[in-house]
Each structure stands twice: as structure tokens, then as C-alpha cells.
Design a protein around this ligand. Structure first.
Ligand code: ADP
Length: 306
């Protein structure tokens, strides 16, 4: 194989109670990328459409992941990479993770599937260091494995794939405001009361159990975040109104996607997910803030060849 075109999904990290430990991948929103083997051993990014991102391989997560993998595999070829961004960086939907995971998946295909999904996640995490300074796994693991993932442990890395009920559909609103990662981090408490922690891990257990059993009521009851949401929602205009309107329209639960500003809701069935979209639209339409809405099933495959 000398060339591959891939789709790499947008991802929702945290998933309310799963703060810093869970993520899921969207089926119909994501980036496209083209990878061509070249004779020189260089990695060159020849095209980026849809976002203003660095072309230098060492400053672009796609370049960093590709360089690390080719070096590790002692490959006898280089790469020409084209990136087509379909959603904005800084949205809280894992833009850098889509590039990092898409690259890990594609380069692995060009290397005749040398690496496991766990190894690909580790390569993609090195890309996340370039994007945000830390090797976080929730977005990249979701984009590589597909469906819902649990980051059970970092050292050693342990990723658990959680089954996804096929009727589960996500609605996402991306208000086009900037939340600085620094600000989203600054508001987080360094310690939480034991009672809060107990509530949080009880809900994670409920969410995982609900996903396994396709128990939508349990999924809904468990989509509660007592740790990050109370302190971060103030950074997202109209968060409470979006949440209330989504639930009224039939959503199982609503939360902050990653560290925001995007807000996600999960619903049973596409019809309800579309009603939730209308409800979110109604909240934001007169806000004076530009926004984009998405409705998507959950990706069961993660990054894939197209
Ligand atoms: P979000 O998860 O909120 O969508 P990210 O955490 O993905 O946002 O942050 C994007 C950051 O990563 C930006 O500073 C951007 O310049 C940088 N970056 C470097 N390479 C890429 C790439 N290929 N795709 C997206 N972002 C990239």
C-alpha cells in the first residue's frame, strides 16, 4: 500500500461523570486526511484546508505522530500528508486528537498494521503533547478505538472499550467563543470532598453499566458531573439554559464536551436527537454568538480508511 485516505472522528472527552477518564467518538463529524508514501524519509505537510495550522511537521500533531512512528518502525519511506479539517480547533471536540489519531491509524496501515490500538494511542498521545502540553488519552483513545472508552490507568496505559448501544445519538452545539485551556484548568479545584468523589465514581459505574445493558434511563441518571461542570459551566454562555432545554426535549443527559465550549447531549434515537438540536438552536439563536450544531451517531470504528 502506497497511499491511504482516512476519516478521523471528532470526540467528546470527559462525558460528564467520566471527567478525565472517558470519551466517545462521533460517527459523522471528523477530519479527512490523505497520506502518500514518498522516497525521501521526510514528513511533509503539503496541504491544510479548513483551519489555520502550522505546516512545519514538528509543530503539527500529524507531523509529530508520523515522524515518531516512522522512526520507531525504522521505515524506509517518508510521507506527504494532506489535512482537511471539518471542525474548528479549540472547540472541545478533539481537533488535535483527530489529526493525531488519524495519523497513527493511517501510518499503521502503511506499515502493514505493525502496531496494536494501545500502541497507536501512545503514539497519538505524543501528538497531544504538541497540541496542549500534556499526554492526555481520552480524545485520542476514543478516536482510535471508536465507541466509548474508559482510560482506566495511565502508568501503564490501560484503555477499556465500552459497548455502545446503537440507538444512542449525540447532539452537539459549538458556540464559537474561545475558552483558554489555562482558564478551564484554573477553575478546577485541586481537592474535592469525599462525598463529591463518591457521587462521581458511583455515576461512572452507573454510566458504564447502562452502556453495557443499553439501559437508557440508567445512562441518563448517571450523566451527572459534580466535579468539573459546576466550576466550568460559568465559562460557557447559556449552559444551564441549553441543558434545561435539551432535557425538556427528551435528552438523556447533557454535559460539557472536553473543556468546552461545546456542549453535548445524548439521546435515544435520531428523532429525539433532532428535537434536542432544535431546542439548543432556540436557546442560542438570539444570543449574538455564532454557533454550529451537529447530530451524530456514535462511531463504532474510530479512525477508518475511506
Ligand atoms: P479541541 O480539543 O478543543 O478541539 P485541541 O486541544 O485539539 O482543541 O487544540 C488545538 C491546538 O492544537 C491548537 O493550538 C492547534 O494550533 C494545535 N494543533 C497542532 N496541530 C494540529 C492539527 N493537526 N490539528 C488541530 N490542532 C493542531
Amino acid at each position: 500500500m502506497n497511499e491511504i485516505t482516512i476519516f478521523s472522528p471528532a470526540t467528546v472527552a470527559n462525558v460528564s461523570c467520566g471527567f478525565d477518564a472517558m470519551g466517545f467518538a462521533l460517527e459523522s463529524l471528523g477530519d479527512e486526511m490523505i497520506f502518500k508514501k514518498t522516497e525521501s524519509k521526510e514528513v511533509v505537510i503539503s496541504k491544510i484546508e479548513g483551519a489555520n495550522l502550522p505546516f512545519e511537521a514538528c509543530n503539527n500533531v500529524a507531523g509529530v505522530v508520523a515522524q515518531n512512528m516512522l522512526k520507531d518502525a525504522n521505515a524506509d519511506f517518508g510521507l506527504d500528508i494532506q489535512i482537511f479539517k471539518n471542525f474548528k480547533p479549540g472547540s472541545g471536540l478533539g481537533s488535535s486528537a483527530a489529526s493525531a489519531s488519524g495519523t497513527a491509524y493511517a501510518v499503521n496501515e502503511l506499515l502493514s498494521k505493525k502496531y496494536s490500538n494501545l500502541e497507536l494511542t501512545k503514539f497519538a498521545m505524543q501528538g497531544e503533547v504538541t497540541a496542549c502540553g500534556s499526554a492526555i488519552a481520552d480524545n485520542v483513545a476514543a478516536a482510535i478505538y471508536g465507541g466509548f472508552v474508559l482510560i482506566r490507568n495511565y502508568e501503564p496505559l490501560d484503555i477499556v472499550s465500552i459497548p455502545t448501544p446503537s440507538e444512542l445519538v449525540a447532539t452537539v452545539i459549538h458556540p464559537q467563543i474561545e475558552i483558554k485551556t489555562e482558564d478551564a484548568r484554573k477553575v478546577m479545584p485541586s481537592e474535592i470532598p469525599l462525598k463529591t468523589a463518591i457521587g462521581q465514581w458511583a455515576n461512572v459505574g452507573g454510566l458504564i453499566s447502562g452502556l453495557h445493558a443499553s439501559d437508557f434511563d440508567l445512562i441518563g441518571r448517571s450523566l451527572v458531573d459534580n466535579v468539573a461542570e459546576p466550576v466550568r459551566k460559568g465559562l460557557i454562555p447559556h449552559f444551564d439554559a441549553v441543558k434545561e432545554a435539551s432535557i425538556k426535549a427528551g435528552a438523556l443527559g447533557t454535559g460539557i464536551s472536553g473543556s468546552g465550549p461545546s456542549i453535548f447531549a445524548l439521546s435515544e434515537g435520531i428523532e429525539t436527537a433532532n428535537k434536542v438540536k432544535e431546542a439548543m438552536h432556540a436557546v442560542y439563536k438570539d444570543s449574538g454568538i455564532d454557533f454550529t450544531l451537529y447530530v451524530s451517531r456514535i462511531s463504532t470504528t474510530g479512525a477508518r480508511a475511506i
